[in-house]
Design a protein around this ligand. Structure first.
Ligand code: 5GP
Length: 209
């Protein structure tokens, strides 16, 4: 057998783009934090937003916090891979940052809503379409979601109702994703996400790209 017949499994490969969507209250942030803490080859795609930072959030780490004008300028300059309005604020993913990370062989995980996910799926950039793995995180039913959102206790009634309405509409989109995790205990969710990540990394097609 010649050397060329051996699989080139150690060859550097392009990264994988893990897209995670799910309604507020599904446990997305906790799950993401853990995945990023425990996996050194996973980079978080830092979104831009026009909302203000919450307590404990840092500019450039959790989000790039932008003014409305700055956000519009980035739209005009075609800098976004996708952007959408969620709960009255604007959110967007910078295309160059994600593509550079993927080209460097880093796996990227992005936390974006269902409107943004539609745009990423429609991307004509082959770096995006060849590497995309979309995952939906949801709760078993809306009663569980309501319980979790109420459990946060940090929101006024109007904000709660708005989040609940958005969440109910978002949940209906689960079929559009390749994977769906029905959220249970934190450990179960983490195991499910880790299995998806590990499985996708083992695809032969990725070792050849
Ligand atoms: P929050 O303001 O609670 O951090 O996020 C609110 C919603 O915005 C979440 O559903 C989150 O997935 C979504 N989101 C965060 N960043 C982006 C982004 O870059 N693009 C889109 N389309 N949605 C985002």
């Amino acid at each position: 057998m010649s050397a060329e017949d051996l699989p080139e499994t150690q060859r550097p490969r392009r990264g994988i783009l893990f897209l995670l969507s799910g309604p507020a209250g599904s446990g997305k942030s906790t799950l993401l934090r853990r995945a990023l803490n425990e996996d050194n080859n996973l980079a978080f795609s830092i979104s831009c937003t026009t909302r203000s930072p919450r307590e404990g959030e840092t500019d450039g780490k959790h989000y790039h916090f932008l003014s409305d004008e700055e956000f519009s300028e980035k739209i005009e300059n075609n800098e976004f891979l996708e952007h959408a309005k969620v709960h009255n604020w604007r959110y967007g993913t910078l295309a160059k940052t994600v593509i550079d990370l993927l080209d460097d062989g880093k796996d990227v995980i992005m936390d974006i809503d269902v409107q943004g996910a539609d745009q990423v799926r429609d991307s004509e950039n082959s770096v995006i379409s060849d590497t995309l793995v979309d995952i939906f995180l949801t709760t078993a039913d809306t009663a569980e979601l309501e319980k979790r959102l109420l459990g946060r206790g940090s929101e006024d009634e109007d904000t709660f109702q708005l989040r609940m309405r958005t969440a109910v509409a978002e949940i209906k989109r689960w079929r559009d994703y390749t994977y769906c995790i029905v959220s249970g205990e934190h450990d179960e969710d983490f195991r499910a996400l880790s299995s998806i990540i590990s499985t996708e990394r083992l695809r032969v097609s990725r070792m050849m790209s």
